[in-house]
Design a protein around this ligand. Structure first.
Ligand SMILES: *Cc1c(COP(=O)(O)O)cnc(C)c1O
Length: 406
């Protein structure tokens, strides 16, 4: 064992399994480990590094704002905070009535959304609907919204009122009544393995929530900031939600999250009802504002759409019996494997110098920087094809061993 692995084992809380490598620097779509080995990064910090690594816009925004005004308390407003709020409202189509609450992470944005649902529901509407296989974070409130039982159980009791329903329009129709405060959904379930909602789901959810007076909250933490080839996942569906939550890609690597409210939902929070010391500070908001401005100015939402199609075509061209299908939209892609070998594929890819992710045992998730072009896609195709061949060869080898074993 090398030194860094000993340090990990001794010093870090054991909430994560073995770390895959010790990464020391990044540039564009590449990262390097402590031995100087280069990797093509097609995970981008799980849909976080929208501009890739060490992008000059990101670097300059941090340096400039840190030298100007990094943090003040929320007793004060700052220009970057106001600029980012206005930009998010405009991009989300939240209109003049929209409002923005800033957090430091996705889970915290969903905590704010949970409180929004409670403020809306009061005592008459104790129910909050979330979807099976949904993921909304690991803090207690966001964990209650998260579907996976194994994640929740050690930390029970959970806050009351959350029900997980199947992701079908029929299940939503059956579950909806006037005691529902809100439903929270991801437009594409990222952690579940890049699983899209059924066609028409968001439109149905919109009309059912309007009919029953419940809020429609869309968790855009993974799908937002242009990732899917539109600014937000819900943008594909032509609906207006009551609230969306954001994090990951909006900061490009700086920890920041947000809750954007639309229409009447914007008047639910009142002075003293929520807060965060760091949330919305000038450093974080200046960086997110610069990252989103660059996504706009460089046409990276369009690039995500175009490169997503190109990448999907490249994946479909790969002639491997290990690939069973492709899911997702834009640059949030799930490669479905024909058996539960995702960890082996991730390891083989890493060996070849490519970072991808096992969202679940049968799905490889890729979420590269929105800046990728022809070169990155060609290199991905080569490396991923080789990694699949490596896995297939070792599978064949272990089959032969089994067959020839005494
Ligand atoms: C990552 C993610 C979260 C949690 O965000 P954190 O910043 O890790 O707290 C919540 N919802 C979705 C859809 C996510 O992908």
């Amino acid at each position: 064992m090398t030194v860094w692995q000993d340090d990990v084992a001794r010093d870090l809380v054991r909430n994560v399994g073995d770390r895959l490598a010790l990464l020391t620097r990044g540039e564009g779509s590449y990262v390097w480990d402590g031995d100087g080995k280069r990797y093509l990064d097609f995970l981008a910090g799980i849909a976080v590094n929208s501009l890739g690594h060490a992008h000059p816009v990101f670097v300059e925004a941090i340096a400039k704002q840190a030298a100007t005004l990094a943090h003040v308390s929320n007793y004060f407003a700052t220009p970057p905070q106001l600029a980012l709020a206005a930009r998010l409202k405009r991009l989300a189509g939240a209109g003049i009535d929209g409002r923005v609450y800033f957090s430091n992470s996705g889970a915290e944005a969903n905590e704010a959304a949970f409180k929004l649902a409670r403020l809306h529901g009061g005592t008459d509407r104790p129910r909050i609907l979330a979807l099976e296989n949904g993921f909304h974070g690991r803090t207690i409130g966001s964990l209650a919204l998260t579907a996976k039982k194994a994640m929740r159980e050690p930390f029970e009791p959970m806050p009351a009122g959350v029900e997980h329903i199947p992701a079908t329009i029929e299940a939503l129709e059956a579950a909806m009544d006037d005691r529902v405060a809100a439903i929270i959904v991801e437009p594409i379930q990222g952690e579940a393995g890049v699983v899209e909602l059924p066609d028409g789901y968001l439109a149905a959810a919109r009309s059912l929530t309007l009919k029953h007076g419940a809020l429609l909250i869309v968790d855009e933490i993974q799908t937002g900031a242009g990732r899917t080839g539109q600014w937000f996942g819900f943008s594909h569906e032509g609906i207006t939600p009551d609230a969306i939550t954001l994090a990951k890609g909006i900061g490009g690597g700086f920890p920041i999250g947000a809750l954007v409210t639309f229409g009447a939902a914007s008047s639910l929070f009142t002075p003293g009802s929520h807060g965060s010391t760091f949330g919305g500070n000038p450093l974080g908001t200046a960086v997110a504002n610069a990252v989103l401005a660059e996504i706009e100015d460089a046409g990276l939402v369009e690039n995500a759409a175009r490169r997503g199609t190109q990448l999907r075509e490249a994946i479909e061209r790969i002639d491997s019996p290990l690939i069973a299908g492709v899911r997702g939209r834009g640059l949030l892609i799930g490669i479905v494997l024909s058996s539960p070998i995702a960890n082996a594929v991730v390891a083989a890819a890493q060996e070849r110098g490519l970072i991808v992710n096992a969202a679940n045992p049968e799905t490889i998730r890729i979420a590269p920087a929105l800046t990728i072009g022809d070169a990155e896609i060609a290199e991905f195709e080569t490396l991923f094809t080789a990694a699949l061949a490596d896995v297939q060869a070792s599978l064949a080898e272990s089959e032969t061993e089994k067959a020839t074993a005494p």
